[in-house]
Design a protein around this ligand. Structure first.
Ligand code: ADP
Length: 340
């Protein structure tokens, strides 16, 4: 990574009483696959629209490749956007759709054709130029939409839930493919999603949004393994929230809330160096690859334990008494305050 593709400083956007974006500071590096993850209404799309220039900020600045573009209109910014409803022209061929933007810019026909072919190859649609959008699958149409953006060779591509209209299987395939395409073309991608699994799969870094602000900015591993607070711990994956004063070893000095992932809890006889608590199984949920066992601990809280369904998995039933154990290192201390 060589430089900063996008820098947002003190960025705010207010609609009436709603602070859709609330004093955001953010840097995205050149060539990064950067995701904005958060629940509906947390401000992700507004940030994307501000970067694209479709909205003007109430306060703050936007820099692209080091230049302040806050007052620059959308069509003069070196960014392109791919939306969920990709809105291809049905009467144009795939090639015609991909070339369209270049035609508007009066790029000569031969150059247009060559660049459209290159863009279609980048999204693995060689040989599709002559088809109509109606003759394509949903995933192929989404790739045409991507080619239509790539053909402009933007330095930044903004993607607003681009896989949202696809079914789960295709969505998972496209996630891997999109990541591969991004690596090949080397363009900075800013990807908006409310799907944590999607963000974890594709991103170099993820910003977790809540109420117009970033709760945490980290790599997928960092977010999952070291969530900063209860909001992030609960939004990214499933987690058990416990009182550190009760569950962390006294020597750790942890007195606030701690998070522990279900797969870091174990059923059965505790191994050396682990802590444990007894309880009664309240629920056993079979999930194919894993089983989630919900245990009501004698000391109060209920925890979920995830075990892979390997041959050696501990078999237990509702109502059984069990011991839950964990390594003290797997308790992650959280900050007390989550923004409301
Ligand atoms: P997300 O993309 O995370 O779902 P949005 O950026 O779309 O969130 O919205 C953030 C907040 O701003 C929401 O409360 C939404 O209702 C509000 N908002 C977004 N766009 C507008 C608009 N054009 N007019 C009024 N309120 C808006």
């Amino acid at each position: 990574m060589t430089g900063t593709a996008i820098r947002l400083s003190g960025l705010s956007k207010t609609y009436g009483d709603t602070a859709a974006v609330d004093g955001l500071d953010l840097e995205v590096a050149d060539g990064e696959f950067f995701s904005m993850l958060g629940p509906s209404g947390s401000g992700k799309t507004t940030v994307l629209r501000l970067i694209a220039g479709f909205e003007r900020p109430t306060a703050g600045t936007i820099e692209l490749a080091g230049a302040d573009v806050t007052a620059v209109p959308a069509h003069r910014r070196d960014v392109n956007t791919v939306f969920q409803d990709y809105a291809l022209f049905p009467h144009l061929t795939v090639g015609g759709n991909v070339e369209y933007g270049l035609k508007v810019k009066r790029v000569p026909a031969a150059t247009r054709r060559a660049r459209a072919e290159e863009a279609l190859a980048q999204v693995r649609l060689e040989g599709f130029a002559g088809r109509k959008p109606g003759q394509l699958s949903g995933g192929q149409r989404q790739r045409v939409a991507l080619a239509r953006a790539l053909v402009n060779r933007p330095t930044v591509l903004l993607l607003d839930e681009p896989l949202g209209a696809l079914d789960l299987k295709l969505r998972r395939e496209m996630q891997l493919e999109l990541k591969e395409i991004q690596r090949e073309v080397g363009i900075t991608f800013v990807f908006v999603t409310h799907d944590q699994e999607e963000a974890l799969t594709m991103s170099d870094r993820i910003a977790v949004f809540n109420a117009g602000r970033i709760e945490q900015l980290a790599t997928p591993v960092g977010l999952y393994e070291q969530p900063a607070n209860a909001f992030v711990a609960g939004f990214v994956g499933t987690t058990n929230l416990l009182d550190g004063a009760e569950f962390a070893p006294a020597s750790s000095g942890i007195t606030g809330p701690v998070a522990v992932r279900p797969e870091r809890l174990h059923l059965g006889t505790p191994a050396g160096g682990t802590q444990s608590a007894d309880g009664v199984i309240a629920e056993v949920v079979y999930l194919g690859a894993a089983t989630h066992t919900v245990v009501a601990l004698d000391v109060g809280p209920t925890v979920t334990v995830s075990q892979p369904n390997s041959a050696s998995a501990h078999l237990a039933a509702r109502g059984d008494r069990v011991t839950v154990s964990w390594r003290p290192d797997d308790l992650v201390p959280l900050t007390h305050h989550t923004r409301s």
